[in-house]
Design a protein around this ligand. Structure first.
Ligand code: ADP
Ligand code: MG
Length: 300
């Protein structure tokens, strides 16, 4: 997106922020393309704090606010995605836990987020904390999520995108997510240890590919928490691009206080501060994701 439209409106920081906010909040003339077919994307990285949840909810909100109906599945017992989307996730609420156990259907576990009529969420409650162990003795323990995400149920919800927010581990919950999807999105934090552990994640993805889900691939890498003041952030960015090429989105998410404040208000950064750089960069990243999945974009 070129900065030129801002220039005619004064060019001051406040004017620019207002223009950005208008783009995020009133995107009517600015719809993002729907995918050729429904995309189900697992957001995974076994490291904690790399931006999985933040990227899940903000990419989802970016798509939803631009007319692309999107479902977020919170697969982390901490329920951070549920918090950011402001959906009820008290213990006992129909959630991903009951869905994995086969006690409720997808449609019964879904809630609408107040942030957009096109943004839906299956919440995670603290009940999910025991699931990693409970699943071990269950039949088809690796494919319970896949079984729950039926075409019919997803058709009934009318969603074009499903994002699954994984916990920071490579246990059975993450395996369920990898089995249920065709695509993995890996957020990578622009920090010193960013690439550490990535090999392990890629090995696990390959194992799932080989034994459980041949159609799985890493379709997207998103660089997060970029701090332009450090040389290190640039080095990490370059190294990730060298390794992964086109899979890495052009948009890089900056480190921004607004992004980290938003969940405290039960909001995505798009709702909390639509004029902020963080909001705009997630909208840009969402547009890249949408364009890759559309007939205009690269076909997988
Ligand atoms: N771009 C960003 N700028 C500033 N803080 C961020 C940014 N992205 C994430 N954070 C913060 O970093 C922490 C970890 O992010 P989170 O998305 O919860 O990671 P994960 O889900 O991988 O554990 C959270 O407190 C979050 O608010
Ligand atoms: Mg998380």
């Amino acid at each position: 997106m070129s900065p030129s439209p801002d220039a005619g409106l004064g060019g001051t920081p406040i004017a620019e922020e207002a223009v950005r906010a208008a783009r995020v909040l009133h995107p009517d003339a600015d719809f993002m393309p729907r995918p050729v077919r429904r995309r189900i994307i697992t957001v995974a990285n076994q490291k904690g704090g790399v931006g999985k949840t933040t990227s899940t909810v903000n990419l989802a909100a970016g798509l939803a606010l631009h007319g692309v109906r999107t479902l977020v599945i919170d697969l982390d017992p901490q329920g951070n995605a549920s918090t950011a989307l402001d959906v009820d996730h008290r213990s006992g609420t129909p959630s991903i836990y009951e869905l994995l156990l086969g006690e409720v259907s997808l449609v019964d576990a879904v809630q609408a987020s107040s942030q957009s009529q096109d943004l839906l969420c299956v919440p995670a409650t603290i009940d999910l904390a025991g699931a990693e162990i409970e699943l071990v003795s269950m039949a088809q323990r690796e494919s319970r999520l896949k079984e729950a995400l039926t075409q019919e149920a997803l058709d009934a919800l009318g969603v074009d995108y499903v994002f699954i927010d994984c916990p920071p581990s490579l246990g059975l919950l993450t395996v369920n997510a990898l089995v249920a999807t065709h695509e993995v999105l890996i957020p990578i934090q622009c920090e010193y240890y960013a690439l550490e552990g990535l090999g392990q994640l890629l090995n696990n993805i390959e194992l799932v590919q080989r034994h459980l889900n041949q159609s799985l691939s890493v379709s997207t890498i998103l660089l997060t928490m970029y701090d332009g003041r450090t040389k290190l952030a640039d080095q990490v960015t370059q190294e990730v691009r060298r390794h992964f090429g086109d899979v890495v989105l052009k948009t890089v998410i900056p480190r921004s206080v607004k992004v980290s404040e938003a969940p405290g208000y039960g909001q995505t950064v798009l709702a909390y501060d639509p004029g902020s750089r963080g909001a705009m960069s997630y909208v840009d990243a969402a547009r890249e994701v949408a364009e890759r999945g559309s007939s205009k974009g690269r076909q997988r």
